[in-house]
Design a protein around this ligand. Sequence first.
Ligand code: TXA
Ligand code: MG
Length: 317
Amino acid sequence: MLAGDLVALPTETVYGLGGFARSATAVQRIFTVKGRPFTHPVIVHISGVSAIDSWARDVPESARLLADAFWPGPLTIVVPKADDVSVAVTGGQPTVALRAPQHQLFQDVLTAMEAAGESAPGVAAPSANRFGRVSPTTAAHVHSELGDLLDERDLILNGGTCEVGVESTIVICTSEGAHIARTGGVSAPQLADVVKLVEPSVATAGSPRVPGSLESHYAPAAQVTLVSNTSELAAARQAHLLSSDVGVIGLAHDLPLCPPTWLRLAEPTTVGQYAQCLYASLRRADEIGLTRVIALAPPDDGIGAAVTDRLKRASQR
Ligand code: TXA
Ligand code: MG
């Protein structure tokens, strides 16, 4: 990795396409392989809180409190960047997004980079999918997304199925508190136990720099219809009662309300399981050639808010 090659690797949220964050060549190739616009910044993955000051400066108290509470884990903090962090990583912004992943294989890679002489190593890693598509949660998904685009120097590491299943929560940290820019593996109430949650400041409002915040994202080829209540479900039943190319994802106890003609893509029994199987289910719909996926929104608590957020974006066209 220190030589500038790319390594797709597991995190507890989704698989990332990793490159040494101080290598201009590696960072540029990440954008090219993903087909991602150069103005969209990437997260730098570090081993833990002790590495923050190698990548950031003037770190607000809110960021330190959150990192102490949730790292390693599915939380990304956005803080002012250190002078030597390249603008290619930050998309030209004065801030950098930092996260310490929990997956042991990722931590092993960081330890190996450190053993090779790099102090406080950082791995730039967006999700290992083509821009705008469904994030991969297994090594096989990475291979089907990017296999043809990587070259012989690159690697895909297999660390099993991602435990969390949706991306990290992103918080923009300032002296006033923390603003949630993307919901994810750590919920708003969990964050609020540690820091003050604030609305976007003038500096962060309207920033177009969070791809997951573009309208259509995380989308399979099949059309996703998000159903949030029983009257929406009645309308979907009416419209697609007899269709043979419709799949459904929802909590097991909601599924008896759906017509038997809809293919059960996944029947999770908890919101956590829903998050874990969400992206694999959307992929499966495309593999089978379904034209539509009806997704029954889970309750909004815990990781349910992130599941609904991803389904909303996946349903945009
Ligand atoms: O769980 C995750 O966060 C996964 C795993 C691989 O760590 N990564 C991931 O990366 O989802 P990506 O690139 O797909 O999404 C990262 C998000 C993007 O929406 C990006 O715009 C935002 O982080 N981001 C990065 N740097 C930022 C910054 N300085 N200010 C605001 N947003 C930033
Ligand atoms: Mg992504």
